[in-house]
Write a protein that binds this ligand. Structure first.
Ligand code: PLP
Length: 458
């Protein structure tokens, strides 16, 4: 099995990025509950034949759809060790939790947070953003809200984010019981950053209408174009207005590791909470999200509960309090910290930073290539690692939607699409450390060929 996966990664360039799943293969997974044992080798062969070839392909250098990390063999091996150990990181006195605390310490160091800051591995930034909203809700309404609910407070909390923010911010408002309507969507400027003057106007309007503004969610690296909000300006506004300052840095926050990009995150060190993923730019295998909270006590007070079966002791296995389960909704938790620890130790923070810089340099290369191709046009500024472009046509939206799907089905490259100012754009998000100029050239070449085909045959 190990040989197969190492071979898979070694020869991934020879495979299609993605291929449609044939119906007979899909049907193989509609069998009834197997009562009898099967040979491990047979099940493994089934996996190799029917699962592995039909994954989404984000380990492939040609994968540029959405914002997905590439993973590494080191992370894969660490996952094997973690699975063998089968540690449950909800709590108790065990070294795996010290590994998680080590990562927390590194993240405090990276973001300039104090020793009292807390942090937790979670599935991804969607969950991390939810935790950010919940801790901010405690800051605004006190721990009482956990018992009596939001309505009993009599306050109508409002939150603020940009039109470029990820949909999970609105979902976090929903799940926190505050409602998506309470999230004010602030327009963006021509660099796709939140319009700070519009933000201030919205806060003032809400205050005079009797609402209680409590939360600003900035984005460091928007999913559609890779914009970074002006975090220092937002930190000033949050401070002046006494609002919680949260940064959704899902993939962008780790650009702190890249000396050429880190200055653009100035102000992130003033955040009250930062949500980010190790599984995107950090190249750690899925899943490995993280939430960092400046006020560790408030974070603890938002989630800790006194269940008798989770009693803490000064010694023995029930020692080592507080436990990770005191900082989030999960009790049973896997050892996500191990693959992250291995990745950072083996490659080193500098090399991960170089990968991040490298993907941004590739985006600039791609931008220049597009500018030199008369049939293609750029659709947004290229500030980070995401390039939005389209094939020129009188029916551009239809053509480019079909073109993105045709590119994916070709197996040559896998971009995705987004809508910018009402127009469909093909979007290449360069996140994977394996992506290189060859992969970019292959995508652009295939775009020209398939674009021509699509516009010639109606
Ligand atoms: C990917 C992403 C998310 C969601 O993170 P998950 O790890 O997929 O849950 C949120 N915000 C931004 C800006 C993202 O890029």
């Amino acid at each position: 099995m190990l040989d197969d996966m190492l071979d898979y990664l070694e020869h991934i360039r020879e495979r299609p990025v993605w291929q449609p799943i044939p119906q007979p293969v899909r049907d193989l997974f509609h069998e009834t509950l197997p009562a009898q044992p099967a040979d491990l080798a047979t099940v493994h062969a089934h996996f190799m034949h029917d699962v592995l070839p039909y994954a989404v392909g984000n380990a492939h250098p040609g994968f540029m759809g959405w914002v997905h990390g590439g993973g590494t063999p080191v992370g894969m091996l660490a996952e094997m060790l973690a699975a063998g150990l089968n540690a449950n990181l909800g709590g108790r006195d065990q070294m795996p939790i010290e590994v998680e605390r080590q990562i927390l310490q590194w993240m405090r160091e990276l973001f300039g947070f104090p020793e009292s800051a807390s942090g937790l591995f979670v599935t991804g930034t969607s969950m991390a953003n939810l935790i950010g909203v919940l801790v901010a809700r405690t800051a605004a309404l006190g721990t009482e809200v956990r018992q009596s609910g939001v309505a009993a407070s009599g306050k109508r909390l409002t939150a603020y984010t940009s039109a470029g923010a990820h949909g999970c911010i609105a979902q976090a408002m929903d799940l926190a019981g505050l409602g998506m309507d309470a999230l004010r969507i602030i327009p963006v400027n021509d660099q796709y950053q939140i319009d700070s003057a519009a933000l201030e106007r919205a806060i003032a309007a809400d205050r005079s209408a009797g609402f209680t503004p409590f939360f600003i969610a900035a984005t460091a690296g928007t999913v559609d174009v890779g914009a970074i909000d002006d975090l220092a300006v937002l930190a000033d506004i949050a401070q002046r207005e006494a609002l919680w300052f949260h940064v959704d840095g899902a993939y962008g926050a780790l650009a702190m590791l890249a000396p050429d990009i880190a200055p653009r995150l100035r102000g992130i060190e003033r955040a009250d909470s930062i949500a980010f993923d190790f599984h995107k730019w950090g190249q750690v295998p899925y899943d490995a999200g993280f939430i960092l909270v400046r006020d560790g006590t408030l974070h603890y007070d938002t989630f800790a509960s006194p269940a008798a079966y989770l009693r803490r002791e000064a010694c023995g296995m029930a020692g080592g309090s507080p436990w990770p389960c005191d900082f989030g909704p999960d009790l049973s938790r896997g050892f996500r910290a191990l693959k992250t620890w291995f990745t950072i130790k083996v490659y080193g923070a500098e090399q991960i930073g170089q990968v991040i810089s490298g993907t941004c340099a590739l985006a600039q290369y791609m931008k220049q290539r597009i500018e030199a191709m008369p049939m293609l046009e750029l659709m947004a500024p290229v500030g980070l690692n995401i390039v939005c472009f389209r094939y020129r046509s009188d029916h551009a939206d239809t053509v480019n939607t079909r073109l993105a799907a045709a590119l994916q089905e070709s197996g040559i490259a896998a971009p995705s699409t987004t809508t910018l100012n009402g127009h469909v754009a093909i979007r290449a998000a360069i996140v994977n450390h394996r992506t290189d100029t060859r992969a970019i050239d292959a995508l652009l070449q295939a775009t020209l060929v398939l674009g021509k085909e699509l516009t010639q045959t109606p």
